[in-house]
Design a protein around this ligand. Structure first.
Ligand code: XBP
Ligand code: MG
Length: 257
């Protein structure tokens, strides 16, 4: 089966957003009068719990030891709404840029008729503001569908978000390739039987990606291996990345059959 669609994760994959998430949580805690502050090493551990509301609840139960607050869903939702407002405002101001090769790949894949989709744990408004800030108001033309964490029953590492994307695209898993940056994301895509490339990110570089078709530091690594061929063919970076992804996808499919 030919590659028909590329499904992107957002946080850590489209952009290195997690530091901005972390500082937004801390600003929301301070603005709401709570004494908590998540340092980077604590946040790295907390990232194993996907979803901001779930992460706050886990922190309250397991680290603060306040089980009543941890199960107060409306308080946590209000705190998380504040965090989202802070995050979205900073993203709109241009606080995060796309990771290397992402813009090139999106443009080339779209021009070559592939479908693009988003499968993410983060809040929908976070995704929309990132795409608007980095790709402009044209982004809905580029992405056929966006499925965010609160739109499905179970967040990553459950397969729900990927299964919902496949349904909306009307494609089988073997026609798609996922790009992820975390173990939870990889497990979600693999549970939906989608071949997955991992681009390691700031907070995930030491995680286990054994089930991935390929693990890279950035998408640009895909073309560095064969730079002379790119120059010879006078190919655009995005086209070269797309060709390499098609090869990875074809290899993953042949391993299956
Ligand atoms: C990203 C997440 C998200 C963000 C915070 O995981 O876990 O929870 O950290 O976003 P992935 P919200 O990249 O695997 O989708 O606070 O909006 O939940
Ligand atoms: Mg991610």
């Amino acid at each position: 089966m030919a590659l028909e669609a590329i499904i992107f994760d957002v946080d850590g994959t489209l952009a290195e957003t997690e530091e901005l998430h972390r500082t937004s949580f801390n600003k929301a805690f301070a603005a709401s009068g709570f004494p908590w502050s998540w340092a980077p090493d604590l946040y790295q551990r907390l990232l194993h719990v996907t979803g901001g509301k779930e992460r706050i609840s886990h922190f309250l139960r397991d680290i603060v030891g306040d089980c009543d607050f941890a199960s107060d869903h409306s308080m946590i939702a209000a705190l998380h709404r504040r965090k989202t407002e802070i995050y979205v405002a900073d993203i709109a101001r241009g606080a995060c840029v796309l990771r290397p090769g992402v813009r090139d790949l999106i443009r080339s894949a779209h021009e070559h008729g592939l479908q693009l989709a988003i499968a993410t744990t983060t809040t929908l408004s976070n995704v929309e503001s990132l795409l608007m800030a980095t790709l402009g108001s044209n982004y809905p033309v580029l992405f056929r569908t966006i499925v965010a964490g609160d739109m499905v029953p179970h967040k990553k590492p459950a397969a729900d978000v990927y299964i919902a994307v496949l349904e909306r695209l009307g494609l089988a898993a073997c026609q798609c390739l996922a790009i992820e940056d975390s173990r939870n994301g990889l497990l979600a895509a693999k549970s939906a039987e989608i071949a997955t490339i991992v681009t390691r990110s700031y907070y995930t570089s030491d995680q286990d990606f054994n089930e991935a078709s390929l693990v890279l530091d950035t998408l640009l690594r895909l073309i560095h291996e064969d730079e002379s061929a790119v120059v010879r063919a006078n190919q655009r970076f995005g086209d070269a990345i797309l060709d390499a992804l098609k090869r990875v996808h074809a290899k993953a499919q042949s391993r299956r059959s």
